[in-house]
Design a protein around this ligand. Sequence first.
Ligand SMILES: Cc1cc2nc3c(=O)[nH]c(=O)nc-3n(C[C@H](O)[C@H](O)[C@H](O)COP(=O)(O)OP(=O)(O)OC[C@H]3O[C@@H](n4cnc5c(N)ncnc54)[C@H](O)[C@@H]3O)c2cc1C
Length: 396
Amino acid sequence: MKIAVIGSGIWGACSAYFLKKSGADVDLYDMWGPGNSRSGSGGASRIIRLAYGKDKIYSELTNKSFKFWEELSKKSERKLYFENGMLWLVTQNDNSYIKNSIPAINSLGNEIIEMPVNIAKKKYPILNFDGVNEVYLEKKAGILLASRCCKKIVKEFQKIGGSLIIGEVNVEENKLNKGNGITINNKKIKADKYIIACGPWNQKIVPDFFNKISYVSRQEVYFFSIPNNNNDNYKIKNMPCWMDLNENTPTYYGMPFHLNKGFKIAYDERSTPFDPDKSDRVPSPKLIERTKKYIYKRFPGLKNLPITESKVCQYENSIDGNFIIEKHNLSSDVLIMGGSSGHGFKMGPGIGELVKDIILKNKKPPPFFSKSRLINNKNLSQYYNSQIKYKSEKKI
Ligand SMILES: Cc1cc2nc3c(=O)[nH]c(=O)nc-3n(C[C@H](O)[C@H](O)[C@H](O)COP(=O)(O)OP(=O)(O)OC[C@H]3O[C@@H](n4cnc5c(N)ncnc54)[C@H](O)[C@@H]3O)c2cc1C
C-alpha cells in the first residue's frame, strides 16, 4: 500500500515510521523538515508525564510511548530522554485533576505519590512552597528533547527505506472525494491513503474539516539563567519537571536546567490567536514581566538573572482540548490528525501505532478523538477546565 503522510512533526513522523516498519510504502512530506522551528514539535524540550485526570486514554497512550522513547534514546548518538520525574504543586483548593489520575497511573503499573510539603521543602530547596497545599511526584516522567526526537525518528524511518520529501503540499478539499486534490509543485501526489498531520497549518490545508472545531494560540517559552555557582539543585539530577495547578495565574510549568540552555519556564494559556505564517515570534515585554513576577516568587534564587533564550510558538487546539483523529468526510482514504492542543508530543509514538492500525488494519479511531463530539459542543472538556482557570482567559 502506498501512503503519503503530510507533515513531519511528531505525529506525522511517528505515523510514517510505524507504517513503514509494518511494510507499507511510505512517503513523508514537509515544508521545512522534521522538528523545524515553526512547527509545534520544534524547540528544545517537552514534558512527558502520565497524569491526565479522568482521561485515561492519554495515560495509556503515554505509557505505550515510554518504551519507544527509551529505546530510541538508547540507540541515538545524542540523548533524547531524561527521566527526572514530574512534581505537581497544587496551589488551588481543587486537587481532583491529580486524584482522578491515580487509578489510571496505578493500573499502568506506575505511581504518583503525595509528598508532605515539609519533605518537599527539604528535597527541593530552590522552590518556594508558599501557597502550595499539596505536592505530588510522578517518578516515571521527564524531558523529551523535542526537535532532536523528530529528526531521529525520521532518520530511522529513512533507514528502513522511507522517503522524506521537502516542499509545500497543497490540498483542494472539494476534490478529495474524487481521489484528487493533493499536490506538490502542481503534481498530484499518488497514493492509496493520505494522512494529513499539519498541526497549526491544518486549518489552512483542510479548512472545511476544521471549521469551528479548532484554533491556534500563541505561547511563550523562556530559559532563565541559573546562578553562576552552578547550583546542582537547578539541574536534572536533583530537580524534576514541575507544574503549578493554580487558580489565579496561568498554569505555569517548567523543567530544570538542560542542554546548557537554562531553567525552562512556560505557561499554558490558550487565549491569544496566532497565525503560524504571519504572526511575529518575538516575546512580549508584558508577558515577560508577568512570568518574572511568578518565577521570582516560586524560585527566588533566579531573581534578577537574565533570560538566556526565549521562543514564541503555537498550540493547535481543538475547542475541547482533546485530539481529533478521523477520516475526512469527503474521502475515507484521507485520515486527518489534529487538535493536539499543547499536549500531543509525549504520546507521538502511541499515536503513530494507533494510526498504523487505523490505516493497515482498518481499526476505528477512538470515539474520544472523533470530530462529531465537537459539533454543537462549545464546552471545554473536564481536562481543559480543570487546568485552566485564568480569570481573564477569553474563549475563542
Ligand atoms: C510551547 C509548547 C510547549 C509544549 N509542551 C508540551 C509538553 O510539555 N508535552 C507535550 O506532550 N506536548 C507539548 N506541546 C505540544 C506538542 O509539542 C504538540 O502537540 C505536537 O508537537 C504537535 O505535533 P504535530 O505533528 O501535530 O504538529 P507539528 O509539529 O506542527 O507538525 C506539522 C508539520 O506540518 C508541516 N506542514 C504544515 N503545512 C504543510 C504543507 N502545506 N505542506 C507540507 N508540510 C506542511 C510543518 O512544517 C510541520 O513540520 C507543546 C507545544 C508548544 C508549542
